[in-house]
Design a protein. Structure first.
Ligand code: 5GP
Ligand code: MN
Length: 319
């Protein structure tokens, strides 16, 4: 464990001293960003605070979590006089999306994250790339505050299960399992959470997986697939139905690097990188993104799907 513990006490003091507190996860929030935000929000409420959570729209598979009523639905320009802004699961300030403007207006800022690419953009930084997930770091914080309950535990377990792929990615540590054990002790329904987060999928998800398998290109141990916006729409799907595809590609026997690209409505390209060997954080950073050594992402604005595919392959060929 890095020295995150020494920053927890000053963080808790900042919470106590602040009135208007804003929490935000990254753009296109995933299970870790959502769970870290909701769990910390619930803990702050139990401390008598009224936190505002900024999260872009997320899928119905997280409906079973509590605390959605803290998520702010109005224009962000209405949020004023912010004492404390807490960024969760963001490697850099750009990952905050529209919430970046709110971050810049805040008196104090705290950056809680586990990405190796994190550039310590907060006034206070609680960053540990050895933690499986931001939710794992938030567990350490709430454990210190001492007000964990079943709803908070359920959210934390969800974030940890999501980012570890069910305790199977290499970010999973002894501490991750210890924390999971403590959360199960509190009463979380681990079977239900695993099903909701990992195994259950929609028919739309299956349709896009099938299409993306049709579009596979393989070069040595690199597997890459793409979906255009037109292909996504023609199947009656949205790009929210692409979860799990890149991991499925990586799990193909003999493959060591998987890339999945899809085109968004605004023509930008969302790239997901997964690896069993090479550092894909480095590759993603060449395209303005980042993440972890074996799992990273980027949004590419100035290329077509085919150009992005070729540019990424070129980058990987030169590693
Ligand atoms: P995914 O491929 O699932 O979107 O992301 C994989 C990992 O890379 C996640 O930890 C995610 O937070 C991170 N990531 C994805 N896109 C970006 C990006 O554009 N910039 C940075 N810094 N990290 C990203
Ligand atoms: Mn995460």
């Amino acid at each position: 464990m890095n020295n995150i513990y020494q920053n927890i006490e000053p963080f808790v003091q900042l919470i106590k001293d602040s009135k208007t507190i804003v929490l935000a996860g990254h753009t296109s929030p995933d299970g870790d960003a959502i769970s870290a935000s909701l769990s910390l929000g619930m803990s702050l409420q139990k401390m008598g605070k009224e936190p505002i959570i900024l999260l872009e729209e997320y899928g119905s598979s997280f409906e079973y979590l509590k605390g959605h009523n803290m998520v702010y639905k109005e224009g962000y320009e209405n949020i004023q006089d912010i004492d404390l802004f807490i960024s969760l699961d963001c490697g850099d300030i750009e990952r905050l999306g529209l919430a970046k403007d709110v971050f810049e207006k805040a008196k104090n800022t705290v950056n809680i994250d586990h990405h190796i690419s994190n550039n310590n953009f907060g006034k206070l930084n609680i960053v540990n790339p050895s933690s499986s997930s931001t939710s794992e770091i938030v567990f350490e914080i709430i454990d210190y505050i001492g007000n964990i309950d079943l709803d908070i535990a359920t959210a934390l377990y969800t974030g940890i299960v999501f980012d570890t792929g069910g305790f199977k990615h290499n970010c999973t540590t002894k501490r991750t399992h210890q924390i999971a054990g403590e959360l199960i002790d509190i009463g979380v329904d681990s079977v239900c959470i695993h099903s909701n987060i990992l195994t259950m999928h929609s028919l739309e998800n299956s349709k896009l997986l099938a299409k993306s398998i049709n579009n596979i290109y393989i070069e040595n141990d690199i597997i890459i697939s793409t979906l255009s916006n037109e292909e996504i729409l023609s199947l009656g799907c949205t790009n929210k139905n692409t979860g799990g595809i890149v991991q499925y590609l990586l799990d193909t026997k003999g493959m060591n690097v998987a890339i999945f690209l899809y085109e968004k409505e605004d023509k930008s390209i969302k790239a997901s990188f997964r690896s069993k060997a090479i550092d894909v954080n480095q590759i993603a950073s060449k395209f303005g993104g980042g993440g972890h050594i074996l799992a990273a992402g980027a949004t590419i604005k100035d290329m077509t799907l085919e150009q992005a595919k070729e540019a990424i392959l070129e980058e990987i060929r030169s590693v």
